[in-house]
Design a protein around this ligand. Structure first.
Ligand SMILES: *Cc1c(COP(=O)(O)O)cnc(C)c1O
Length: 409
């Protein structure tokens, strides 16, 4: 299934071409008749005769079998994501990003195993460690994203997987994925990486050391805040096991949502490039403001782990955070309420800008927050998802909201 012969092409060219098999976008007498695969709404798949049913094909994408295994709409999306991830042999789709993370962890881990989780992980990932995984006899231990030696020392006989997220989607630290992966692999520990922030367009996760690359397609791939889905891409060692476990858990994605994801994917490169440029403009402007203690944006020199971003990434995105200099929680609420061009909501990667409060201190257990160098009073954070509005308008909006904050702080 994998199309590994596209790596010499540019990102835009690959995003336009991936997954568009002529057999899935036409008929036997007119292959490739339409641009996009039709939306196959199908629970039952029919067999022409008993011989065909008896010879039902192997458990893989690309063969009609039964609705839970998908049809060309879902196969085209999975194939497109595989083709975008260098080193991937296959991709499994899940109904959400959370389902993809849990699906991968439940593929790798068994009762009695230990999972090492990076301390900047997205809170629902942390909740898996405290909740479902613990209930099934799997122990989670957290580690400092900046401490590779500490991570290596924390690996024990029972450690079977590590969950990385880089940058962390709240605090934006970039970690040394190649070094952490090398330390994990030297001890036979499987590396699961949540690559939602960069996507394979900005960070080739498997090439940098991950065994399983996860994305919440809800964010950049969908890009329009109207559908949810997740994916896990992996090489030959893991992709079949991921598929079997996902099927055992009954994961399916609708053909309508798969078609929305394919539509979003075609413009993802353009959106990411624009959002990255606007986010950097916003970050550089924020850095000049007296109200701001720290700007957390991987593309910005001085942001935690920026050197790893510069070394390992070829792109960014619109998600960044900043920490206010002192103030109160109520003043931060007033700032967010004063923003006219930013919606208030827990997501990102859509065409529209969003703002949410960020309070990492209570959820971190293995590393310092506020970051070293910040005052203890500098703890009220705001996360921005920069969309496709003009950066100048977003900056003007932030400027008037910071005046409201100053009056309230
Ligand atoms: C949103 C998000 C997820 C979960 O994705 P859903 O599709 O909302 O379930 C996972 N990881 C990160 C970093 C996210 O931001």
């Amino acid at each position: 299934m994998a199309e590994h012969d596209n790596e010499h092409l540019g990102t835009g060219t690959r995003l336009v071409g991936v997954g568009r098999r002529a057999a899935w976008t036409g008929t036997a007498d007119h292959p490739g008749a339409v641009v996009n695969p039709p939306v196959y709404r199908a629970s039952t798949h029919l067999y022409p005769d008993m011989a065909a049913l008896r010879a039902h094909p192997a458990n893989e994408d690309g063969k009609f079998y039964y609705g839970r295994r998908g049809a060309p709409t879902q196969w085209a999306l999975a194939e497109a994501l595989t083709a975008l991830e260098p080193g991937a042999e296959g991709t499994v789709l899940y109904p959400s990003g959370v389902a993809a993370i849990m699906g991968a962890l439940l593929t790798v881990l068994r009762p009695g195993d230990v999972l090492l989780m990076i301390d900047n992980a997205y809170e629902p990932s942390r909740a898996m460690g405290r909740g479902l995984l613990r209930d099934f006899g799997i122990e989670t231990r957290w580690f400092d994203p900046a401490d590779v030696d500490g991570f290596a020392a924390a690996i024990c006989e029972r450690t079977k997987a590590v969950l990385l997220e880089s940058p962390g989607s709240l605090t934006m630290e970039v970690c040394d994925v190649p070094a952490l992966s090398a330390a994990a692999k030297a001890r036979g520990v499987t590396v699961v990486l949540d690559n939602t922030w960069a996507s394979p367009v900005g960070f080739p996760a498997l090439k940098r050391g991950a065994d399983i690359a996860i994305m919440s397609l809800t964010k950049h791939v969908g890009g329009h805040s109207d559908a949810m889905m997740g994916s896990a891409s992996a090489g030959p060692e893991w992709c079949k096991r991921l598929r079997v476990r996902a099927q055992g858990l009954g994961n399916v994605v609708s053909p309508d949502d798969a078609a929305l994801m394919l539509r979003g994917l075609r413009t993802m490169g353009l959106r990411l490039a624009q959002e990255t440029a606007s986010a950097l403009a916003v970050a550089e402007w924020l850095e000049t403001r007296p109200e701001i203690a720290k700007v957390l944006c991987p593309m910005l020199p001085g942001s935690p782990g920026h050197a790893f971003w510069a070394r390992d990434f070829s792109g960014g995105c619109g998600l960044l955070s900043f920490v206010l200099k002192g103030g109160t929680s109520a003043a931060r609420d007033a700032l967010i309420d004063a923003l006219a061009l930013f919606g208030i909501g827990y997501s990102w990667g859509g065409f529209e800008s969003l703002a949410t409060p960020v309070d990492p201190a209570p959820i971190r257990t293995a590393s310092a927050w506020p970051l070293p160098g910040l005052d203890a009073d500098d703890r009220f954070g705001v996360r921005l998802s920069i969309g496709l509005e003009d950066a100048g308008d977003l900056i003007a909006d932030l400027e008037q909201a910071l005046r409201v904050w100053s009056a309230a702080a």
